[in-house]
Design a protein around this ligand. Structure first.
Ligand code: F6P
Length: 319
């Protein structure tokens, strides 16, 4: 393996930089050159790439975002979008590619491997942690800690004013980030896409909480379970109390990666290159029950709701 490419795709996740760093340094330890592709699949289509050395990844382990930058590039799924790729690949002369991202990035990697014969290995990185084949994806732990910190702060003001707060947490269609934010921040309620909810019941429990002497109510809403604005309106209507909302949004994606994410990213970036060097491809590398595990990149499908339902059982700890 003489030349390995690396790209980051989809939404950025804290820990992508440590993963890129691990890929570059592991590849160099095997005597391979590294090409960094800028802005994910867009860079491949538009021929935007750079040679990377261990020096180009020094001082980035603590940095959020991705030095390679990223881009949502749905065009890559179309024949016109991939047409220019052949030219870029010819210039780059890659023997393998590490794709750091989520399911959209892995669909691109599968296409690339099938249509252009380039061996690809995937590294799961998304704050949603919704990729089958790994217990944790890079970025989830950082996003969770940011959300917990935000809720802790909002609770101070909620208690001071006796207010109800509806806080929307990211996660696309998957409720794990919201479920764990609620548990770890001691929220009163959590609304998840995986579990049907009844706002009358939610209001009844909140009223009971105030009757018991509580001075606030925090309701975490997973973005896949409905808009915070809708929940806020409905609760205000029913309870006629002071209800405010906060949408955490992209604040959860940025910032310095936690220790957990730095280690996970370093391990997975390293393993991805080891797999390519050992002649394996068409797989994603994850960690399951503390062991490296590979799973096919193709047809990863949706994450089963099991993990969310497991944590949703802890809802009895809320309120
Ligand atoms: O997949 C990560 C994620 O942050 C989701 O939680 C969210 O639904 C989506 O990306 C937002 O995407 P964008 O930044 O493109 O608006």
């Amino acid at each position: 393996m003489k030349r390995i490419g690396v790209l980051t795709g989809g939404g950025d996740a804290a820990g992508m930089n440590p993963a890129v760093r691990a890929v570059v340094r592991t590849a160099w330890s095997h005597g391979a050159e590294v090409i960094g592709i800028r802005q994910g699949w867009r860079g491949l289509a538009e021929g935007s790439f750079e040679k990377m050395t261990p020096g180009s990844v020094s001082g980035i382990i603590d940095k959020g975002g991705t030095i390679l930058r990223t881009f949502r590039y749905p065009e890559f799924a179309t024949p016109e979008g991939t047409e220019p790729v052949a030219k870029t690949l010819q210039k780059m002369k890659l023997d393998g590619l590490v794709v750091i991202g989520g399911d959209g990035s892995f669909r691109g990697a599968t296409k690339l491997q099938k249509e252009f014969g380039l061996p690809c290995v995937g590294v799961p990185a998304t704050i949603d942690n919704d990729i089958p084949g790994t217990d944790m994806s890079i970025g989830f732990d950082t996003a969770l800690n940011i959300a917990i910190d935000a809720v802790d702060k909002i609770r101070d003001t909620a208690t001071s004013h006796g207010r109800i707060f509806v806080i929307e947490v990211m996660g696309r269609e998957y409720g794990l980030l919201a479920a764990q934010t609620a548990i770890a921040s001691g929220a009163e309620e959590v609304l998840l896409p995986e579990i049907p909810y009844n706002l009358d019941e939610v209001c009844r429990r909140i009223t009971a909480g105030y009757d018991r002497g509580k001075h606030h109510a925090i309701i975490i809403v997973a973005e896949g379970a409905g808009k915070a604005s809708y929940v806020t309106f409905e609760i205000k209507e029913r309870l006629q109390r002071d209800v405010r909302m906060a949408v955490l949004g992209h604040i959860q994606r940025g910032g310095s990666p936690t220790g957990y994410d730095r280690i996970l990213a370093s391990r997975l970036g390293n393993q991805a290159v080891e797999l390519l060097v050992a002649g394996q491809s068409g797989v994603m590398v994850g960690v399951v029950a503390n062991k490296y595990k590979t799973s096919p990149l193709e047809k990863k499908g949706r994450m089963p709701a099991t993990a969310v339902l497991r944590d949703a059982r802890l809802q009895e700890l809320l309120a």
